[in-house]
Design a protein around this ligand. Structure first.
Ligand code: SF4
Length: 277
């Protein structure tokens, strides 16, 4: 650069201004603001209704916000309906493990038709699945807890981590009374297992009856296997019907104890170091 073109002391070149602008844009779309951190610390959201919380989340994070729905639980479908009513362009994703029930695929298609919505289907890494199945067999999960967690890791946890890297926040249908592991679920938290992004649980304080009341009142589409006795529908080989009156998580990984029944999607980093995954 000729001396005559050099910026005066303290002035910024066009290149430096461009880089600063880029950094500003990245900072504005990633990470969590101090205000949100303060609201989480002060538990500001705990009394908010699901609709109020979702409205806040959409205003603040859309389109870097998505609903995580299994299409096998009524909670996710209720939230999908609420989010769609607030913002028709709201995003929803499902982890297609490759072992799901036909009824779950049917529900994904029904949602596409009913809401004219593109469901973001996330697949596991094909090479990882191949290696796992070749070395441990297709139904490895029945043989040990370690194998079951390996399968959940390859088919659910890794794809979820990969997908969430591009978001600032996500919504989940966790409820506190689903099992012991979920009893302390906050309405809004920072998810240390997924880079510290914001995790929003609008139904944390709802009961199962409240969820079904909402589904019926709004004619929300749900997985048809609920009518066949499946309170929650996961992968086909790992889910079964539960006799009427049984605990809603009894049909998942029924050969395990209640305190091991997590796939790793909702464990904290601390749990992750121990028995979480
Ligand atoms: Fe594998 Fe069963 Fe976990 Fe599905 S629920 S990922 S089939 S272990």
């Amino acid at each position: 650069m000729a001396l005559s073109e050099a910026p005066a002391s303290g002035a910024k070149t066009p290149g430096a201004r461009k880089i600063e602008k880029k950094i500003e844009m990245v900072s504005a779309t990633r990470g969590v603001s101090d205000e949100v951190r303060r609201q989480i610390d002060e538990r500001t959201f705990e009394d908010w209704s699901p609709e109020k919380l979702l409205g806040w989340a959409i205003d603040r994070f859309h389109p870097r916000l998505a609903l995580s729905a299994s299409f096998g639980a009524p909670e996710g479908m209720a939230l999908l309906h609420m989010m769609h009513a607030l913002e028709p362009g709201s995003r929803v994703f499902v982890l297609d493990t490759g072992r799901m029930h036909e009824a779950t695929y049917d529900l994904i298609d029904r949602v596409r038709d009913r809401y004219d919505k593109s469901v973001e289907v996330v697949f596991p890494n094909a090479a990882d699945v191949e290696e796992m199945v070749r070395s441990k067999g297709a139904n490895l999960f029945y043989e040990s807890l370690e194998n079951r967690k390996s399968c959940c890791f390859v088919r659910k946890v890794e794809p979820m981590r990969r997908y969430l890297r591009d978001l600032d926040a996500y919504v989940s249908g966790l409820r506190r009374d689903q099992n012991a592991n979920r009893s302390a679920t906050a309405k809004v938290a920072l998810d240390s297992s997924h880079g510290g992004i914001v995790k929003i649980n609008p139904l944390a304080d709802w009961t199962r009856d409240q969820v079904w009341g909402y589904i019926e009142a709004h004619d929300v589409p749900v997985n048809r296997l609920h009518k066949a006795g499946y309170p929650s529908v996961g992968c086909a080989p790992c889910t079964r019907a539960v006799p009427h009156g049984g605990d809603e998580r009894d049909g998942r990984w029924w050969w395990e104890n209640d305190d091991t029944k997590e796939c790793g999607l909702h464990v904290t980093e601390e749990q992750d170091q121990g028995s979480g995954i």
